[in-house]
Design a protein around this ligand. Structure first.
Ligand code: FES
Ligand code: FES
Length: 162
């Protein structure tokens, strides 16, 4: 039986009726038409479905929507502001850190969670934070470089604004 769900997604409040079996991934992609969040394995093994829930990276395929009633979700669509890509997205583009791109939204969101917690991570911290995200095109080196460059860029911006 469907139950009411309130979610804030990318700053916008949505009130929905959902089945207990519906995942956050399904709500985002099918109900809200936010298809930037991907569905790869659907079993918690690839990270392509990663979004932020209250600032923490989660697998949306493994998160029941009703379990996060009242939560704040950020998806890849929520990063760019007024048509300008987020610095993390810009660093991925600059470094050629994507090939087919299917895994990229998940990597970017996991990176966002990492850099919000650790502004300038070491390579080891980057590898650890992204261990749950798989890229079948094996472009990891460029991804790790992009993450660290984004961290440095964001740190420079914070210093400029301090
Ligand atoms: S689709 Fe969620 S971890 Fe693979
Ligand atoms: S860029 Fe192809 S799976 Fe990651």
């Amino acid at each position: 039986m469907k139950k009411p769900l309130t979610l804030q997604v990318n700053g916008q409040v949505h009130e929905l009726l959902v089945e207990p079996s519906e995942t956050l991934n399904s709500v985002l992609r099918k109900r809200l038409r936010l298809s930037g969040t991907k569905k790869g394995c659907d079993t918690g093994g690839c990270g392509s479905c990663t979004v932020l829930l209250d600032g923490k990276a989660v697998y949306s395929c493994m998160t029941y929507a009703l379990a996060i009633d009242g939560g704040k979700v950020t998806t890849i669509e929520g990063l760019a502001k007024e048509g300008v890509l987020d610095p993390i997205q810009q660093a991925f583009v600059r470094n050629g850190a994507l090939q087919c791109g299917f895994c990229t939204p998940g990597f970017v969101m996991a990176t966002k969670a990492l850099l919000d917690a650790i502004p300038e991570p070491t390579e080891e911290e980057v590898r650890e934070a992204l261990v749950g995200n798989l890229c079948r095109c094996t472009g990891y080196v460029k991804i790790f470089e992009a993450v660290r460059e984004a961290g440095r860029e964001l740190a420079r911006g914070r210093k400029r604004n301090a």
